[in-house]
Design a protein around this ligand. Sequence first.
Ligand SMILES: [Zn+2]
Length: 630
Amino acid sequence: MTRTFRSQIFHYVFLVIALVSPVFAAGSPAPHISLFVDAKDAPRKIFHARMAIPAKPGTLTLCYPKWIPGEHGPTGPIQDLAGLKFATTSGQTLSWRRDLLDGWTFHVEVPAGTSSVEALLDFISPVGSEGIYTGGATATDRMAVLNWNAVLLYPEGWTSDELTYDASLRLPEGWKFGTSLPVASHSDDEIKFAPVSLTMLVDGPVITGQYLKVVPLNPGQTPPVEMDIAADSAAALDPPADVWEHFKNLVTQAGMLFGAQHYRDYHFLYSLSDHVAHFGLEHHESNDSRLGERALVDPTKRLLGSGLLSHEYVHSWNGKFRRPAELTTPDYEKPMQTDLLWVYEGLTQYLGEILTGRDGERTPEQFRDALAYTAAYLDHRPGRAWRNLQDTADGVPSMQDAPSQWESWRRALDYYDEDELNWLWVDTIIRQQTHGQKSLDDFCRIFHGAPGGPPRVKTYTFEDVLNTLNQVAPYDWRGFWTGRLTNHGPGAPLGGIEGSGWKLVYDDVRSEWVQARESDRGTVNAAYSIGLWLRPDGSVTDTVEGMLAAQAGIGPGMKVIAVNGRRFSGDVLRDALREGKNSSVPLELLVEDTEYYKTFKLDYHAGEKYPHLVRDEAKPDLLSDIIKPR
Ligand SMILES: [Zn+2]
């Protein structure tokens, strides 16, 4: 997944099946559940579901999916489930009670003579920025994404592979749709899907809308790949033609990187709306990626959005096909262990980023500026003094929704970006150790490649990662990764940037990437000069512990009102930082803190500072080779 930005398998046999035996299934076939979802009210942000669930007299225990694949936490949007009602087929209403120890579990009393229970429920899509991932805002007046985990219950005691769902869906009139789910029949506004396992159903969200564009990305080839894009306007679906060429290149370049595909067909489900949650979520045969309405047609937004689709596509190989054993759970109630997210997400982040260079989404300079941006913020992460990188992965189920204030001290989901730097380092070590004969591409072909075919899960452990690395290039990989995951700095791991022939430097020139981030995300970046991240209105979102602003007493939540006596703006602050280079007068900040005003004087005279990569001519330029098309 990708949190945007500050940042599941089929009727095929799963390896996990053998690990779990159904509690009450001995000798009887797993239930076959019918599910009808009425999305006609999607513009009102409400979805109605009706299920028929086989049952026996006694207590029927039903679960609402809690641990959603790819979300890495117990994030199933239980707070958005409403209208829950159970009845017999003859219409007798049944009493139910929520489990006192697990709010996602319901117990229904089933009377004698009953073989099937009808369940009714509504999923209420949150509005605005509330909720994340499949629990985030998912519908507008013109489009919607349906994630099946949000609109169903399943009986306890079976694995998600064992349960079969007959799903059907009614759409708002005239809305088109895209999905990786096999369609059995389609008439007017109603779609009947082929019976699939619960695993496969959750793996196959449906995108739908009035404006829906389908773009084949590898015409005539197998397995087929297409992009199904829904937007809030037709205009949002009409970018320059080279945009489609980059996505076609992405499919070609990913195919060359991994050497085989693990899907029957693949759908990029791409939402363009300012009124849905923005994120990316991976599946075996699709991804649910959502950005603002103008993400394809506005060049700045297109640049900033680059990397999202490549990241989610890479997950089909790294995360879905190859998955850490402890992230591979039999159902949606068993907790996931997230300690290997530095492979699941970190390697995906690295590969997704370098593919933006290989497919042409970013020029080499744009790629380097983005890499410098990442390295710089991680190089100003004092939180690593108390919290190592491993803990950012271990802690994610309980704290992934932490606020952005104090992020440099708290640390965040650093196993994405910091492991991008670490996997770059691995790539350079492989190239150096093999004198340019091998690269991380070789690791990917062994770890993620042939034989291809329909979706399946092949689990791995830390040892499997080390063994494959050693197969490509013998090295002390255990020592390398242990060091990377448990160190306390100081500073970011820059060995990959330096080993690939480049150096991280700071100067007073804001790169295109820095400017784009600031204008689009509404930030003012003075992090590397005085240690302040601000909003355009002067609100302090973060301070870098140990740097001048923090030392002076400024903290997140305060608001800079004026700089050297003039009302705050990004330009006013930047001008003052520049002028301070030629002056011994301290930088004066008037700051409001919980209704009180204070003046802080910062004895700072080193000007603006923004990150760049510059060439180290003493070393070969491996980085340019890494991002070159294959
Ligand atoms: Zn991801």
